[in-house]
Design a protein around this ligand. Structure first.
Ligand code: SF4
Ligand code: ZN
Length: 377
């Protein structure tokens, strides 16, 4: 791309800048890592215990594909999303078919599975991202195999025509939307999500009209938010969105390479959420959520690691395990007897966040490098 930057001296011609590096996906490291992989093989295929829509336990296969990636990312992108590390814009339709065949081969045609999650690092049914003939093939084939299908989408991609098209090919499948926050200001300024609550409501309405299932992802602790605020806001969001979703999955922030959150994190201006906050959110929302038919799960990706939701280091594995157990049992007794010295530090942090005028929070990891702070204008 060539761009005139408008800088010019007296009588000089405009300076032309060639090969503008504008975003992390264009850095040499990112390009090299993307080009090192084989586009005919999926990123990964694995199975996990899951629950079918009627609540009965089953085994689910998760297939993560290498795709052209999210159209929103190429335009702008969410502040926390590192999917660009796994996508490439030269993936062909043939590649997509062969990745799907490979996934079936590795699982012996999804042997023993009753559910399959097909994740494309973007919107499954977006035609610029994934070839329509491939979408159609996956929708029909999984339906014929009697598998419950879960795909992901951005809210604004859930158009009337497209959802009707999907529902015709795989009736009753689940569409998971990364809503992240039930708050327009947070969507816009913290997540840069690219859609508003109104668009999400519209998407939910259309999914219902087409008898498709609604799964909603919420993000715990977006950037530029204190721990205390994250706890307050997310607890409220869970109670709101669980009223109209079939399933809510809360994803505590984990830091992905090359993202805006990564940059804040490396500058010590962002600490991933405490595991104690997740426990507290579950306890606060449990009664409300139990009154709905919605299933609420919390899955701390990279839980216990510095880039994932963590506590002091010594109690982490125990707390992560209790949260994982709660996602299956929905029973608050999973947290009985969980204690650690670090709980006091966490508690005083969320108390301070609620009372001190510190927009990014009072936690020590978030104060930033003192030298940088002095230098800042
Ligand atoms: S979080 Fe989803 S919508 Fe946002 S950039 Fe990533 S893939 Fe796209
Ligand atoms: Zn601890």
């Amino acid at each position: 791309m060539t761009q005139s930057c408008g800088l010019m001296g007296d009588g000089e011609k405009p300076v032309k800048i060639h090969h503008l590096v504008k975003a992390p996906e264009n850095t040499p490291e990112s390009v090299a890592s993307r080009e090192s992989w084989d586009a005919s093989k999926p990123v990964t295929v694995y199975t996990t215990p899951e629950n079918l829509p009627d609540g009965s336990p089953c085994t689910a296969a998760t297939v993560i594909l290498r795709t052209k990636g999210c159209a929103w990312w190429w335009k702008s992108g969410c502040t926390f999303c590192g999917y660009f590390n796994d996508v490439r814009d030269d993936v062909t339709s043939e590649d997509m078919f062969s990745q799907w065949e490979e996934a079936k081969k590795r699982t012996e045609n999804f042997k023993g599975c009753r559910m399959v999650k097909v994740y494309t690092s973007g919107t499954f049914f977006e035609d610029r991202e994934n070839p329509p003939e491939w979408q159609e093939h996956v929708l029909r084939e999984t339906y014929e195999m009697g598998l419950h299908l879960v795909v992901e989408a951005q809210a604004q991609m859930c158009t009337e025509e497209k959802l009707a098209w999907v529902a015709e090919r795989h009736p009753g499948c689940t569409v998971a939307i990364g809503l992240e926050a039930y708050d327009n200001t947070v969507l816009r300024f913290h997540a840069n999500k690219g859609f508003s609550i109104r668009q999400w409501h519209k998407a939910v309405e259309l999914l219902r009209e087409n008898s498709l299932r609604v799964k909603t992802y919420l993000l715990f602790k977006p950037p530029f938010m204190s721990e205390g605020d994250a706890l307050e806001h997310t607890s409220r969001w869970v109670m709101e969105v669980s009223k109209i979703s079939d399933e809510v999955s809360i994803n505590p922030m984990n830091i992905q390479r090359g993202t805006i959150v990564d940059r804040l994190f490396r500058n010590r201006e962002y600490r991933p959420p405490w595991l104690w906050s997740l426990v507290e959110m579950i306890v606060r929302t449990h009664a409300d959520v139990s009154n709905t038919d919605c299933r609420v799960i919390v899955h701390p990706t990279a839980g216990g690691k510095t880039r994932g939701s963590h506590n002091c280091g010594s109690c982490d594995s125990e707390v992560v395990a209790a949260i994982e157990r709660y996602s299956v049992s929905g029973d608050l007794r999973e947290f009985t007897g969980l204690e650690c010295e670090c709980k006091k530090a966490w508690y005083s942090e969320i108390q301070s966040d609620a009372t001190l005028p510190a927009p990014l929070g009072a936690g020590i990891h978030r104060r930033g490098n003192p030298l940088d702070r002095i230098r800042a204008p």
